[in-house]
Design a protein around this ligand. Structure first.
Ligand code: ATP
Ligand code: MG
Ligand code: MG
Ligand code: MG
Length: 477
């Protein structure tokens, strides 16, 4: 079942049950303190908080999301993309826990032929907040789940609060069991590789006060209007339904991966590190395409910096896969073709989008080339003084001034028979990071937090530390 077809079925199902279908909001969130739309909830915050009356009682959508905090997981877990689509159904003071559970179960387990998503009930597990006996009861009544496949978990995973007085409530999450090849048999509480979270149901139920920490507070009572907020990962359902190993192998992403494989002359599935790199390329190219199509352009700070970072990580990954020349013309075109059915704008606006992508690639390739020249000079002078190592400050200068990644410095130095004073480099990096953190802290203080939904910011928050991300990159790639 194609990704777009899964989304269609989801929206059809909820439309038939009285939900207004709401188009995806932009990846660029309206909230100035939030860089990107990190979850389906973001565009509905004014309705959920009660600040603005919702124009409908029930809604459903397929929201484009970017989560930069998942960047390090990309390619290593099967389930984390920097860009992904979150399907959601919403009740604004209308139906509550029983129907949210009933709908989710019915849609997931209705056979493919009858318009459902065709999951075998035996493969599904759920978690509920440990004190939410009502949710357990409802799952037992409205699904065929045996009690053993309903696990109680604590507030850290199964409770939603904002960390401030206001709305809060328990969650219930639905997981797919990938089978014993993927891990031990203890349910989602024990293993998130074998048990993949596909859908999160949030029951916004209580009003809380006297908040001592995110998970310590007093409940005043029920909210006057109880809301339902759900989020289903479209790519996660797609990779399960398509019988592939991970989200980067689904129909909207795999073509980019295949193109990267072709350009590299290597094979996919032979070497773990290379496979991670192929998946990173596929993910980051798609995220970049989608960010560009929502009007983000490369820059040295803010949203544009995230875009720049994604594109540069893709370039670095291709280089580590052995490709030194430009690849974006081909990779972006393939990503466009894979995404245009769902997002026609990537085709109609392609001339503009690809111009930015190609210019960014050319600049970074030049940076890498000039860094290489400077590095060569350093190597020559080290050799002429009989030194066997490059100093930490030389490596840091290359990194800081020329954006030249440390792993590349290490690689090239090693080829020349030299070592690099890594400890000296790390010390300088740490000093720079500490400075950047101090800057970020003062930036945060400036953005006085007025929204009750500040918790969400953590999902999109990255500290902008210039090129230090490339150091992280060298650890993960
Ligand atoms: P996980 O624990 O697997 O990281 P999560 O609890 O952070 O997921 P939620 O915030 O509950 O995810 O988001 C709702 C749904 O969106 C998840 O159940 C999942 O299906 C999907 N989702 C979340 N993050 C990603 C991502 N980075 N890539 C793809 N899908 C995602
Ligand atoms: Mg997560
Ligand atoms: Mg989770
Ligand atoms: Mg979750």
């Amino acid at each position: 079942m194609k990704t777009a077809e899964i989304a269609r079925r989801y929206l059809d199902y909820f439309e038939k049950r009285g939900h207004t279908i709401v188009p995806s909001a932009s990846l660029v969130s309206d909230d100035p303190a939030l860089l990107f739309t990190v979850a389906g909830m973001v565009p509905f915050i004014p309705y959920l908080s009660g600040d603005v009356p919702a124009p409908y009682k029930r809604a459903a959508d397929n929201q484009k999301c970017i989560r930069t905090n998942d960047i390090e997981e990309v390619g290593k877990t099967p389930r984390h993309g920097t860009f992904f689509q979150m399907l959601g159904n919403w009740s604004f003071g209308d139906y509550f826990k029983k129907d949210a559970i009933r709908y989710a179960w019915e849609l997931l387990t209705t056979p493919d032929d009858d318009g459902g998503l065709g999951f075998d009930p035996k493969d599904l597990w759920v978690t509920v907040y440990e004190e939410d006996d009502e949710a357990i009861q409802l799952w037992l009544e409205h699904s065929s789940l045996p009690e053993e496949r309903i696990q109680r978990l604590g507030k850290d995973t199964n409770y939603w609060t904002t960390g401030l007085p206001g709305p809060a409530g328990p969650c219930s999450e639905i997981f797919f069991d990938r089978g014993p090849e993927y891990g031990v048999d203890g349910g989602p509480a024990t293993d998130d590789d074998r048990y993949v979270e596909i859908w999160n149901l949030v029951f916004m139920q209580y009003e809380i006060t006297n908040v001592r920490s995110k998970y310590e507070f007093d409940i005043i009572g029920d909210l006057p209007a109880q809301n339902i907020d759900t989020g289903m990962g479209l790519e996660r359902v797609a990779f399960i339904k398509q019988g592939v190993d991970n989200m980067y192998e689904t129909d909207q992403v795999r073509p980019v991966l295949d193109k990267a494989v072709e350009l590299s002359g290597k094979r996919y599935g032979e070497n773990h590190d290379d496979d991670v790199r192929f998946r990173v390329v596929a993910d980051h190219i798609r995220s970049s395409l989608m960010l560009l199509s929502d009007g983000v352009t490369p820059a040295n700070d803010g949203r544009g910096y995230i875009l720049r970072r994604l594109m540069r990580r893709a370039i670095r990954s291709m280089r580590l896969l052995g490709v030194e020349g430009p690849t974006f013309a081909e990779l972006f075109a393939v990503s466009r073709d894979a995404m245009k059915e769902s997002y026609p704008v990537v085709e109609t606006d392609y001339a503009r989008l690809s111009q930015y992508a190609l210019a960014e690639e050319a600049t970074f390739l030049r940076t890498l080339a000039s860094g290489s020249e400077i590095l060569d000079t350093s190597i020559e002078s080290a050799k002429s003084t009989q030194s066997t190592a490059l100093s930490g400050s030389q490596a840091f200068l290359l990194h800081d001034t020329y954006g030249f990644p440390i792993d590349l410095t290490l690689e090239i130095a090693e080829e020349a028979g030299l070592t690099v004073d890594r400890a000296g480099f790390d010390t300088l990096m740490k000093e720079q990071r500490d400075r950047a953190k101090a800057d970020a802290r003062s930036r945060k203080r400036q953005l006085a937090d007025t929204s009750v939904y500040r918790d969400f910011r953590a999902l999109g928050e990255t500290v902008f530390t210039g090129y230090t991300d490339l150091e992280t990159e060298s650890r993960i790639l």
